[in-house]
Write a protein that binds this ligand. Sequence first.
Ligand SMILES: C[S@@+](CC[C@H](N)C(=O)[O-])C[C@H]1O[C@@H](n2cnc3c(N)ncnc32)[C@H](O)[C@@H]1O
Length: 310
Amino acid sequence: MARYSLYFGDCLLWMDKRGENSIQAIVTDPPYGLREYTPEEKEKLRNGHGGVWRIPPSFDGCKRRPLPRCTLLTESDREKLRSFFSEFARRAIRVLVPGGHLFIATNPLLSHLVYLPLMDAGFEKRGEIIRLVKTLRGGDRPKNAHGEFAHVTVMPRSGWEPWGLFRKPCEGRVQDNLRKWKTGGLRRISPEKPFEDVVRSAPTRGEERAIAPHPSLKPQAFMRQLVRASLPLGVGTVLDPFMGGGSTLAAALAVGYESIGIENDPVFYRMAERAIPKLAEIGAETKPVPGPHLRRAPRDERVLPLPFQP
Ligand SMILES: C[S@@+](CC[C@H](N)C(=O)[O-])C[C@H]1O[C@@H](n2cnc3c(N)ncnc32)[C@H](O)[C@@H]1O
């Protein structure tokens, strides 16, 4: 049974304490802007109105998930984002073993602000995974002039989500790196079928959102494909430094990989703690054994003092 460890606290501090060359893959979905996960914006989200969280209109009676409005970022927000990702990149490349891959979720408007700091820190860009998914972003007519410009769309209606694919440089040839560090490539879907960079996906299903009602929860069907590909020999530990509701860790548990998750929001941390075994069970033929596989970090290993008793 794959083990996983959860840490409550700031992932940058956690990575500072983590040993060099000790993680085989990072699969993560960071905050796109720095604003949507500030305490003020999270309070507005939880109150159900206002702020950067836009509640899409319920035109067909269905309750919709809030979406962050990243177009509201100012130049100074963008600068903060660049500098946040520089800090993240320096730490990520240190903890990853040579040849270790980083899969990082982003969006078409901001990906450059995430990718450039990663490359400046020494990561090789290895491509992009295109998650084909229809979101409610874009496709609108000009605000307050819908009638006048009925044939205009301000932005394309988005049909994809980019995930940057990066690698810490290998030591020597890929085969040498695979032997020594168990990393350097991606796990094939089967001996005949390589992992591919376009993955058809659907928005996260209601069943999963009911288990982990995190506003950015990623679907298991998609996450399991990425997580599985991230360890070429199926050996090692997958880290998600921005764990949210725990979809990466649940995917790792479902495919039998060891994993570590970090989250700095107490509500989301508790949500992930409860959700991971349940999300991992979805679609599984055999149920993961509950209990002992969850190794909670001893208190002194945790990065920040806990404001709650988990
Ligand atoms: C986009 S969400 C991740 C959602 C996740 N992929 C899922 O499926 O549930 C980003 C998460 O990172 C957390 N976060 C933001 N800054 C952080 C930090 N410095 N350290 C740890 N977690 C952080 C936020 O609270 C949020 O839950």
